[in-house]
Design a protein around this ligand. Structure first.
Ligand code: ATP
Length: 379
């Protein structure tokens, strides 16, 4: 199925105090995509999201949705809802009224259009439209029915009359989600919505959010500085740096083929060594020649950064090893063991299923496919 572009950001710029915090971003997001803006604090993720939501006005550039320019259109008139880190629920309202609040406060003309099809269904001859009192009551019933449905969707059925302060952080976050989803937005923006939750709950919510997004067919744009969160949920990740897009791709491509040290470090623990191309499909690092297989076209003599993920090292007997070293740190982590191996004056991070005592001498090997090279000029 061909992907349809939903959102286009074109040369988007935001300046604060003469500094471009968003520096001319170009980005296309497709229908039903889960896209994450990932980067350290201050890189411009939230500002980008706020411009998209209509809460911050760009200095220049275009925000188009389904091909229409929305740059000047106010937040409430965009087909977008936002879930913030601080959920901003109304403490004086119970759960169901929090969910229904947004729709309850829309004018009748808006709601008549919003529920057009359902009104036609209950009143095919249009008579309901002429009885304002009954129309209002019917729409109120629709809203409450939808609110209940949304609570079921976020697994809070039966919590209708609970007060907000009688809910856990995770439950409050679910109410915030339900409150956004009842508006049937095409696009849901989520600004670090899981940051306040503890690890276990956060991981559960990650799976649930992803599932919800898939089932509802809504485009989710998620902001986080947590790379693991980005990896778990996203169809594509936008790695940002100083107001620019540093790299854009699937979690797998960003993890396996980072374009430079910034991305490689940001996307999880890794080894980066200085290397030099010393032959056809041969790279030398750690004073050792390694075969590599890659599409990159580096000339012999080129200096490169060599990336090897800790899990891509194999611990092997000395006669099969490319390099030998001594374990200087060893941590049992349940599924695997984290080792630091000192070899050729470098510390090599290695993850292995087997446990080795500090002081053990071990051999290491790496599959030529697992060696990823980055040009130094990308820095
Ligand atoms: N209203 C504002 N006035 C002045 N500077 C601002 C304003 N909003 C954001 N900034 C600055 O713009 C830069 C980018 O901020 P932004 O919130 O987009 O970053 P971020 O990547 O989302 O970071 P975080 O994860 O900390 O929210 C920061 O240096 C911030 O201080």
């Amino acid at each position: 199925m061909e992907k349809k572009p939903l959102i286009q950001l074109v040369d988007l710029v935001k300046t604060y105090d003469n500094e471009n915090v968003v520096n001319g971003i170009n980005l296309t997001i497709y229908e039903n995509e889960f896209v994450t803006l990932l980067g350290p604090s201050g890189c411009g993720k939230t500002t980008t999201l706020r411009m998209l939501g209509g809460f911050v006005k760009p200095d220049s550039g275009v925000i188009a949705i389904e091909g229409k320019d929305f740059s000047e259109i106010p937040a409430f008139a965009r087909p977008i809802n936002t879930v913030f880190q601080r959920y901003a629920l109304f403490p004086h309202l119970n759960v169901i009224n929090n969910v229904a609040f947004g729709l309850h406060h829309r004018p009748l003309s808006f709601l008549t259009e919003f529920y057009k099809r359902r009104i036609e269904k209950v009143s095919p001859d249009g008579s309901l439209l002429k009885n304002k009192g009954l129309l209002k009551k019917t729409i109120d019933d629709f809203i409450m029915k939808d609110a209940k449905e949304m609570l079921a969707l976020v697994k809070l059925s039966g919590y209708d009359t609970r007060k907000i302060d009688q809910l856990s952080g995770g439950q409050q976050q679910r109410v915030a989600l339900a409150r956004a989803l009842i508006n049937r937005p095409k696009i849901l923006l989520l600004d670090e919505p899981l940051a306040a939750l503890d690890l276990k709950l956060r991981q559960n919510m990650q799976y649930e959010l992803k599932e919800m997004q898939r089932n509802l067919g809504i485009t989710f744009i998620f902001v986080t500085h947590d790379q693991e969160e980005a990896m778990t949920m996203s169809d594509r990740i936008v790695v940002m740096r100083n107001g620019n897009i540093e790299q854009l791709g699937t979690p797998k491509s960003i993890y396996n083929e980072p374009i430079n040290q910034y991305v490689a470090h940001f996307i999880g623990e890794t080894n980066i060594f200085d290397g030099e191309i010393t032959g056809k499909q041969e790279v030398t690092f750690l004073n050792t020649k390694f075969k590599y297989i890659g599409y990159e076209n580096f000339k012999v003599g080129s200096k490169v950064d060599v990336v090897i993920r800790p899990e891509d090292w194999d611990v092997v007997p000395a006669e099969k090893a490319s390099i030998e070293g001594q374990v200087t740190f060893s941590l049992f982590k349940g599924v695997h063991n984290e080792l630091v191996v000192r070899a050729e004056d470098h510390d090599i991070l290695v993850n292995d299923y087997e446990f080795f005592e500090v002081g053990s001498k071990i051999g290491l090997k790496v599959d030529p496919y697992e060696i990823h090279l980055m040009g130094k000029e990308n820095e």
